[in-house]
Each structure stands twice: as structure tokens, then as C-alpha cells.
Design a protein around this ligand. Structure first.
Ligand code: KIV
Length: 298
């Protein structure tokens, strides 16, 4: 697709299959890339049908949906279960699946085998791994195996224990230089996009200007090529602390709470179900049922 056609389609809201090439075109055209997490079929359908460019089956599923304290306990099998459901609801968005902690830390053969499972069993169009230059060799290997890779640098939640908490990264000149090197190494290794999480706006802007692949920010300011947020955060469907960078786009939590109260009250007051919400016998069967014929001889 030419840039003119793409610009035209974006303007007219024409739905199209999003690919790494299209994301790269959007960066060149300075068209912001939109991305959200999804962990199940209905959410994936809603996001896909709304024209969001990228769906990430994030390992944040561990905390947002499975009730774990961090993303660390999530297994490959748990992730596959969610990724398969999202696949069924995702048609046009670019489908990226997070590789859980431990699934790419035990050698490249093991990492490749796990990444292939996400592609073959769950239909992932790319996998996302956390880490910088130290992951470049793995990114190269996955790319050689024809698996597109999205990198993730800055605040990397799988490094929780090393970071000593969820802390903004890249706050010193030395740390900024390391992030720039990480971004360059991942791009050089073949990554198709980079998630920048929890870094100062100025740092994300510099990385975005230096990179030829798209950057997708979360808590990284408005100069990134795109923005990603966790679905459950933006619709207030979480019990976790809300980070500064999260904006609410509606309170599904309040809607559900009020609906639950109404359901409980309606059942308690016997106003639910109503007659029109009930099945009925046909008039013939009903007459026979209510006035059974008297058996002969009685
Ligand atoms: O798991 C996740 O949700 C992420 C974020 C980038 C949204 O990795």
C-alpha cells in the first residue's frame, strides 16, 4: 500500500489488516499508532472492531485478571489460553503476545520453542519480550525464525525484583545513554517496534526520534509514535493503584457495581424474572396440565 493510499484509508476510517509494515508507514506519516491490551474474546472483538491498530495479550493479564501480585508467576500455558481466545476475536488489529517471565530466560532454544508455540497454537503475529541490548541476540534468532519481535524497555515489570519496585527508568544521563543503546541494539537485531514504559517524556522523545522503528509508549509522554494502555485500567475494571499515566475513558466498574445491585434487588423483590421473561406452555397443554382428565373408572 502506498503512503497516499494509507493516508487516504486512515482518513476514511477504512478497516485494514495491520502489519509491521503498516505500523512503520504510520511512523513515517506521523499517524499515531493505537494499542490496547486484551485477554479474552469479547474484549478483543470490541477493540478490533473499533479500529485500534494493535492488540497486546499482555502478561499484565496476571495482575488484571488472574489476581496474581505481579506478572512473574504467569506460565506459558496460562498465556496460551488467553492468547487463543483473543485470536478468535481479532481480525484486523496486529496481534502481539507477551512472552511470560521465564519463557525466554533459559536459553535460546527454549525461548524459540515457546515463541513458536505462541505463533502456531495461538496465531500470534509477533511476540513481545522485555529487555535491552542483552536480548538483541534472541531478537535476531526469533526474527531469523520469521517471528516478528516487539521489544520492551524502560520500566520492565518482569525485572520487578531487580528494580526494587515499579520505578520510572532513565532518570540519569548514564541511564538515558543505556536506553538509547538498548533501543538501537533491538532495532539492529530486527525488532519491528519498541514499547517504552515508564520513562521521562524527554527520553522517550529522543529514542523515538533516533529509532526508525515505531515506539509505543506507556507512561512515556506524547512524542512516542503510538500509545498503549491496559484495557482494564482505562475502564476502571481494576482493584490496583492507578498510575499517573492512566486516563479513565469510562467507568465500567461503576456500571457493573450498579448493575449488580439492581440484579440483587430485583431478585430479592421477585420483580425478576417478569412474565414476559418466562417461557409458557401452549394453551392446550396448559389446560390439560391444570385440569387433568379424570381417569376412566374413577
Ligand atoms: O503486559 C502489558 O500489559 C504490557 C504493557 C506494555 C501494556 O506489557
Amino acid at each position: 500500500m502506498s503512503l497516499t493510499q494509507l493516508a487516504d484509508n486512515v482518513e476514511r476510517g477504512v478497516s485494514r489488516k495491520v502489519t509491521p509494515q503498516l505500523l512503520a508507514d504510520k511512523k513515517r506519516l506521523r499517524q499515531p499508532i493505537t494499542a490496547l491490551t486484551a485477554y479474552d474474546y469479547p474484549t478483543a472483538r470490541l477493540i478490533d472492531e473499533s479500529g485500534i491498530d494493535m492488540i497486546l495479550v499482555g502478561d499484565s493479564v496476571a495482575m488484571a485478571v488472574l489476581g496474581y501480585d505481579s506478572t512473574l508467576p504467569l506460565t506459558v500455558d496460562e498465556m496460551l489460553h488467553h492468547a487463543k481466545a483473543v485470536r478468535r476475536g481479532c481480525r484486523n488489529s496486529f496481534l502481539v503476545v507477551d512472552m511470560p517471565y521465564g519463557s525466554y530466560h533459559c536459553g535460546s532454544e527454549d525461548a524459540l520453542r515457546n515463541a513458536l508455540r505462541f505463533v502456531k497454537e495461538a496465531g500470534a503475529e509477533a511476540v513481545k519480550i522485555e529487555g535491552g541490548a542483552e536480548r538483541a541476540a534472541l531478537v535476531e534468532q526469533l526474527t531469523l525464525a520469521k517471528i516478528p519481535v516487539v521489544g520492551h524497555i524502560g520500566l520492565t515489570p518482569q525485572s520487578l525484583n531487580l528494580m526494587g519496585g515499579y520505578k520510572v527508568q532513565g532518570k540519569t544521563v548514564a541511564a538515558i545513554d543505556r536506553l538509547l543503546e538498548d533501543a538501537a541494539a533491538l532495532e539492529g537485531a530486527g525488532a519491528v517496534a519498541l514499547v517504552l514504559e515508564g520513562v521521562p517524556r524527554e527520553v522517550a522523545a529522543r529514542i523515538t526520534a533516533a529509532a526508525s522503528i515505531p515506539t509505543i509508549g506507556i507512561g512515556a509522554g506524547p512524542e512516542c509514535d503510538g500509545q498503549i494502555l491496559v484495557f482494564h485500567d482505562i475502564f476502571e475494571l481494576t482493584f490496583l493503584h492507578r498510575a499517573k499515566f492512566v486516563r479513565s475513558f469510562g467507568s465500567a466498574g461503576d456500571l457493573v457495581r450498579s448493575g449488580l445491585r439492581h440484579f440483587r434487588e430485583a431478585v430479592a423483590a421477585r420483580t425478576f424474572p417478569s412474565d414476559s421473561e418466562s417461557y409458557h406452555l401452549s394453551s392446550g397443554v396448559r389446560a390439560e396440565f391444570e385440569h387433568p382428565p379424570i381417569p376412566a373408572g374413577k
